[in-house]
Design a protein around this ligand. Sequence first.
Ligand code: ADQ
Length: 465
Amino acid sequence: MSRLIVVSNRVATNTSKATAGGLAVALQAALKESGGMWVGWNGNFEEAAQPRPEISSAGGVTYATFDLSRDDYEDYYNGFANRTLWPLFHYRTDLTAYDRRFFEGYQRVNGFFAQAVASLLKPDDLIWAHDYHLISLGEELRRRACKQAMGYFLHIPFPATEVMVTMPNHLALVRALFAYDIVGFQTESDLRNFADYVVFEAGGEITARGMIHAFGRTIRAEVFPIGLDTENFLHLAKSAEAKRYRTRINKSVGDRDLIIGVDRLDYTKGLRERLEAVERLLEDYPDNRGRVVMLQIAPASRTDVPEYIEMRHELEGVTGRINGRFAEFDWNPIRYLNRLYSRRALAGLYRASRIGLVTPFRDGMNLVAKEYIAAQDPRDPGVLVLSRFAGAARQMQAALIVNPYDTDEVVEALQRGLHMPREERRERYKTLMANLRRDDVYAWRDSFVAALEDAREDVDLDLAS
Ligand code: ADQ
């Protein structure tokens, strides 16, 4: 087995199954098995950062981490990654910053990451780069004469060409993807957008078997929908801590129905419109007044980026307005919290909720939708109301799929979910669970690594010829 080198902006050093997310657990297990290494930024700042990684190990996994300078962090992370690529790839051209300095910083830091990775490589290693922070990493590694097989997985959507081309450096970025041997996407529509771009903007062509040729290289582009650590999550949902949370929330909600939303505080998640849909539910179906509670958990994220600060204020305003309008002395329709919870606590809260409301305007996959289902009681499961614009909707057609732009449709789905007979809930749950079990995070990891192994055989053949 070849050594796997995972590269991402930050590394997940927490090896406890209860606190680490499924992605971290699955990658850590693969790293442990292959004697591999996870490389990334340690979250610290240094005046003039050196790409000399510090090696440490935890839970049998080796980590290679380094500092960044403040300027690099501003231009690369807060700038190009979170103020250009993130909004653009989620179709928010209105929020996208088109600033040359950011792109230069991004390229510089991708070069810096490449220098750190290159210093650690052995000839047989497989490199797996993650997400929108590191699109140019592969190209920077090739520039440093690295011949290893390299894969890249994009966790967020790949936008339609018309959106992509609003970014001045679009061609340079897509060209950079062709330095990898495999490029993985969450959904068919992301892959289609990528292929369209390559064919119509870059003059490339689709050759056989999902192979795509442009910029003088042929790469494999494929769909690898990320899954959940399903069995582990089922286990967490039955833990004593999950039960404690369930008992506590049941006690405070009483015989009312709970609707739950759990998201990083992000403008892609459709939070304001979601709260307004609950407002409309109370308006259009007054029987729900005093009968339904919406619990929205939204921990703050990217607090250095202005749009996120504004959004937080906006949500506080909307929540206050709706509660002011409908609350009674003994009932508040919306409970809005900005804090983090353990995975066990979340599992308990999901299980106590009659409806999981997941309504992003764009989302690569959305693991909350999957977690909500995995946490349900099979005898009396809740209903998932899911946006068609989450990558997860592809695999979760047995949920109530809605268009979050259409508030009436969301309200009708909520009303339907609140009154859905147990038999129908069980049927839907069974279908959803079967998929979650089959397409879990381990299946995702294994299929990507297998594709990388294949790519390495091709690299070996090329080198031999
Ligand atoms: P995110 O945009 O962060 O991920 P998501 O997939 O929903 O979105 O994952 C969020 C994770 O954070 C979930 O595991 C959830 O439990 C956790 N979380 C949210 N709120 C929490 C809280 N209050 N306390 C503790 N944990 C909380 C990006 C892409 C997604 C893609 C993933 C994985 O944007 O589309 O699904 O990567 O590829």
